[in-house]
Design a protein around this ligand. Structure first.
Ligand code: ZN
Length: 312
């Protein structure tokens, strides 16, 4: 059984989006509580450091970061987008939360490449996969998974990184960032139509982007089959040196933001199949990132299934 390291920080819980916002602090509280209750796995908890700007700048220019941080309010909330998606909000605690969320990925990469642990999970918020090079959106500000991918390449001389995204929403940010980069594979299965509206099958980048848009009436078995044939088969051919997962749990049947009907146990299967590919090509190396997932009970159950599968 593989050991798992979970990176998180209380600053990520402090990020406030106001009442009745789906991306709320209870998501992370419930998720961490669920992880603490898993007794049959070898799980270590570690604190995320603050990400350094030099590493963030591998993806986001400092001018964007400066502007973003200059908008952090002293009290209350500030929205960064126009209607109808005016729900990407900065609060007084945002700077620390954003930098800790990104720092979790960076420090996970360090631990992964030290050989200490092969399976890591970043239990963080805000999430990252909607954040584009110079645009915050979809509750995301810095693209945590993208920064980690570039950091792995630049610091550890790795060439091929795969990012697999099973969040129910398309990771428009991750796709935009790597759209012309043949050394970063991005594969996403997501409900369509749904926010953000991107992620059509014809969006293929330079042969490195694989999108599987699905309608809300697919069955659980169809979902898993599409994930295998449209995403995992292509990851297998890509032969990545490390696999990163954008793990959103909002394709669960209980999720309030989408209409896919996965059960909690399906996240075991999805993850297990990723692990098999990582063992085949990537020396078993996986870093997974919390993205979406807005039903607390579902989050609690899905994270258990995800980590159990990751320990294989
Ligand atoms: Zn999502």
């Amino acid at each position: 059984m593989e050991n798992i390291t979970v990176f998180s920080h209380t600053d990520c819980i402090a990020k406030d989006n106001g009442v009745s916002h789906p991306e709320r602090k209870e998501r992370l509280e419930v998720l961490l509580e669920s992880i603490r209750n898993i007794t049959e796995l070898n799980i270590s908890f570690k604190e995320s450091p603050l990400a350094d700007f030099k590493t963030i700048n591998l993806i986001h220019p400092q001018s964007y970061i400066d502007e973003l941080l200059s908008m952090v309010p002293e009290s209350g909330l500030i929205g960064l987008e126009k209607e109808p998606y005016a729900d990407t909000l900065l609060c007084p605690q945002s700077k620390e939360a954003i930098l800790r969320a990104c720092g979790a990925g960076i420090e996970s990469a360090n631990e992964l490449m030290s050989g200490l642990t092969k399976r890591l999970f970043c239990a963080v918020r805000p999430p990252g996969h909607h954040a584009e090079t110079i645009r915050a959106n979809g509750f995301c500000f810095i693209n945590n998974v993208a920064v980690t991918a570039r950091y792995l390449q630049s610091k550890f001389n790795l060439e091929k990184i795969a990012i697999i995204d099973f969040d129910v929403h398309h990771g428009n940010g991750t796709q935009e960032i790597f759209y012309t980069d043949k050394n970063v594979f991005y594969g996403s299965i997501h409900q369509h139509p749904l926010f953000p509206g991107t992620g059509m099958e014809a969006e293929t980048g330079v042969g490195n982007i694989f999108n599987a848009p699905i309608s809300s009436n697919v069955t659980r078995d169809e979902f898993k089959e599409i994930f295998d044939t449209k995403i995992l088969k292509n990851v297998d051919l890509f032969e990545p040196e490390v696999i990163l997962i954008s793990a959103g749990f909002d394709a669960h049947k209980r999720d309030p933001l989408a209409g896919i009907n996965l059960e909690s146990e399906d996240y075991y299967t999805l993850t297990k199949n990723i692990v098999e590919i990582a063992k085949r090509h990537s020396n078993g190396r996986i870093i997974s990132f919390l993205e979406g997932g807005y039903d607390l009970q579902a989050l609690s159950e899905c994270i258990e299934a995800h980590l159990k599968a990751l320990s294989n």
